[in-house]
Design a protein around this ligand. Structure first.
Ligand SMILES: [Zn+2]
Ligand SMILES: [Zn+2]
Length: 257
């Protein structure tokens, strides 16, 4: 599986984009950055968008993707936006509400539309092409899930925004071939209180979370740093011991077999 990093930060500056990973060109994991980096052909190739939660830095580019594929007259089935019922309700109420943006799940008609919202149930595995996906609830300030993605030969876990959490680690410990964990680290250790209030991790909190992997030693891919604190966070992450840590960059492609 190829994982293309479209955006891997917790805010936006020149050269820093918000969270989005493109899996094998067709499955998008979070939608903080799409249309500013993908060509129209690459945008049209997206079949599915998995959403961890409704915060704008994870969903905002769905609005421009919908607009672009509509005016590019994409043929074929709608782009499926897949997440839990509560997160879909939030997107429909607060974003695709015909005030903030048109409801592209009813454009051009309710039967033939650009976007299709599909409800997934946490803990219930489903198939997208050759990937088996399971959503697992994590601890953020709003309803949020992580995703276990299983493919032939292994599995990867994506944990977007989260504070200290439990269930996803229990799921991880039961896996036989966990290749990588993508997980956030947003703020430096000195901002522990802010991290706790906003449902994010510091390097110290990350260290505690990674110990919940037990004997497993997957590759750890970090993202969602607030750009202003990146230098300090990198120094603090370097002190985490006995872990294969990689800090993601915009534009890189991670290959996991
Ligand atoms: Zn975020
Ligand atoms: Zn968030």
């Amino acid at each position: 599986m190829n994982i293309r990093v479209l955006g891997c930060h917790g805010s936006q500056f020149p050269g820093y984009n918000t969270t989005s990973f493109l899996l094998d060109g067709t499955v998008l994991l979070d939608a903080g950055t799409i249309t500013s980096v993908l060509s129209i052909e690459e945008q049209i190739a997206i079949d599915y968008i998995l959403i961890t939660h409704a915060h704008l830095d994870h969903v905002r580019d769905i609005v421009f993707l919908a607009d672009n594929v509509y005016y590019s007259k994409k043929e074929g089935p709608a782009v499926k936006v897949m997440t839990t019922q509560g997160i879909i309700d939030a997107l429909k109420t607060h974003l695709f509400n015909n005030i903030m943006w048109p409801d592209f799940s009813a454009i051009p008609t309710p039967e033939d539309h650009i976007l299709k919202f599909e409800v997934i149930q946490p803990g219930v595995k489903f198939q997208l092409d050759n990937l088996a996906i399971t959503a697992v609830r994590v601890s953020h300030t709003v309803e949020t899930v992580a995703f276990l993605i299983e493919f032939e030969g292994g599995s990867v876990i994506f944990i977007g925004d989260t504070g200290p959490t439990e269930e996803i680690w229990k799921v991880a410990r039961e896996l036989e071939n966990l290749k990588a964990v993508f997980i956030e680290v947003s703020l430096p250790n000195s901002m522990k209180e802010t991290a706790d209030v906003t449902g994010h991790l510091t390097p110290d909190r990350l260290d505690s979370e990674l110990k919940k992997l037990g004997v497993l030693t997957p590759r750890i891919c970090l993202f969602h740093m607030k750009p202003q604190y990146e230098k300090t966070i990198r120094e603090e992450v370097a002190l985490i011991r006995n872990v294969d840590v990689h800090i993601l960059s915009e534009g890189e492609v991670i290959r996991i077999d």
